[in-house]
Design a protein around this ligand. Structure first.
Ligand code: SAM
Length: 211
């Protein structure tokens, strides 16, 4: 992120609602204890998720890629009474961080954390989701999307993170990873079953509405 954009981003954070202390502490612990803390959703994106779920009020939602649980805690804030947010993480060692925060959250009873590979877990889930957040192995975005599609309610929303891939999607000569992200974006754009919009929020957030 260049200097001007960093300042604008900082201004947006300062002029948006405060986040709660639990999320601040979680980001701190993530910075101290993980090797790639930049994977966390963080302040602004977390607030966006909170806003979105409060408006949509999903009953069943799913997150693919828990990491330390920042987005999970943000998304859980809008889940309907008796609803559930399932979050899947392949690395068992992260449980030591996120489970403390999930237990302390006022929405603890709405969060179900599953450890394992999303590719084998998603097909076993018997839910119709109103909201899905895809934020795991970027090379598998299309696979997660295809697996989730038939489990989404009509008018449901799928969010996909990092679709701008550090701005590299606009490079003339795209490397292999960038090309994969670009091809996913193009596939969604051409899919007649959905509407989509890419927001240049953080690393690019795609919002997909199931028609
Ligand atoms: C970008 S981080 C997720 C950040 C988190 N959603 C947040 O907003 O703070 C991606 C996570 O996906 C996990 N992951 C990667 N491949 C996965 C898979 N196939 N199934 C489940 N989790 C996976 C990684 O271990 C990593 O913790």
């Amino acid at each position: 992120m260049n200097f001007a954009l960093k300042n604008i981003y900082k201004y947006c954070e300062e002029m948006s609602s405060n986040r709660d202390d639990m999320l601040y502490q979680l980001e701190r612990e993530t910075n101290l204890k993980t090797l790639a803390p930049q994977m966390i959703s963080g302040h602004l994106q977390g607030l966006f998720f909170e806003m979105l779920v409060q408006l949509l009020q999903p009953r069943y939602a799913i997150e693919v890629g828990t990491f330390t649980g920042y987005a999970t805690l943000s998304l859980a804030k809008g889940i309907k009474e008796n609803g559930k947010l399932i979050t899947i993480e392949v690395k068992p060692e992260l449980e030591a961080i996120y489970s403390k925060y999930f237990k302390a959250s006022p929405n603890a009873d709405k969060i179900e954390a599953i450890i394992g590979d999303a590719k084998s877990i998603i097909p076993r889930l018997d839910y119709q989701f109103d909201l899905a957040y895809i934020d795991a192995n970027k090379k598998e975005n299309l696979l997660y999307f295809d697996m989730l599609f038939n489990k989404m309610n009509s008018n449901g929303c799928i969010l996909v993170d990092n679709v701008l891939w550090n701005g590299k999607v606009v490079d003339k000569n795209k490397d292999r990873d960038t090309l994969m992200i670009h091809e996913f974006n193009q596939k969604i754009k051409e899919d007649p079953r959905v509407e989509s919009v890419i927001l240049p929020l953080r690393d690019g957030l795609m919002m997909i509405r199931i028609l």
